[in-house]
Ligand binder design. Sequence first.
Ligand code: FES
Length: 189
Amino acid sequence: MTNSPTPRAKTAPFSRRRRRLIRYLAGGGLGAIALGLVRPETAASREPDLEYLCSMFPQNSRCLDYLPGFQALDEAEEPIAVNTFLPTTTPGEPVPVRGLPDAETSYLVIQTGPAIATYGIRPICPHRGCTVEWQGDQNRFICPCHGSQFDPEGRVVEGPADRPLPLMTVVERQNQIRLVERAPSVDPR
Ligand code: FES
């Protein structure tokens, strides 16, 4: 009768590999993970969280001194002060502003009050991406490429576009208007 290898002898190399893996995880691997978890929080690492929190929930108590996004500028590239700007606005008439890093004009939505809506219009046509223009005499945004039309809040009035104009988030803070590229978490239209 021949002696066949015992099951333990067959699995010995695998067991060694497993032990080495366990030692690695218990030492360097888990150590590195732990270091990552307990890494001291720096101002830079906190910044993205505050940016998100304070653009989505500007009334949060951590955000009283935080200015999210970019300051809105008028068409002459001057900072807009809310207290002098609001009396010059008309509810329902979008106001062109600059300030986002892409340097494109965006639009504030003016509501009854007058008040500045917490969302603004990015004039990018959802059909093929042309820049739409506000035509005050027609009370619409009109796309110069294929003629899509949108109401003052960016809803489609006439195609071929089949989606509304994209939004940005707008925050009023310390007499400034702050423009945040991210759209609000809920589209209010
Ligand atoms: S790109 Fe605006 S309608 Fe086509």
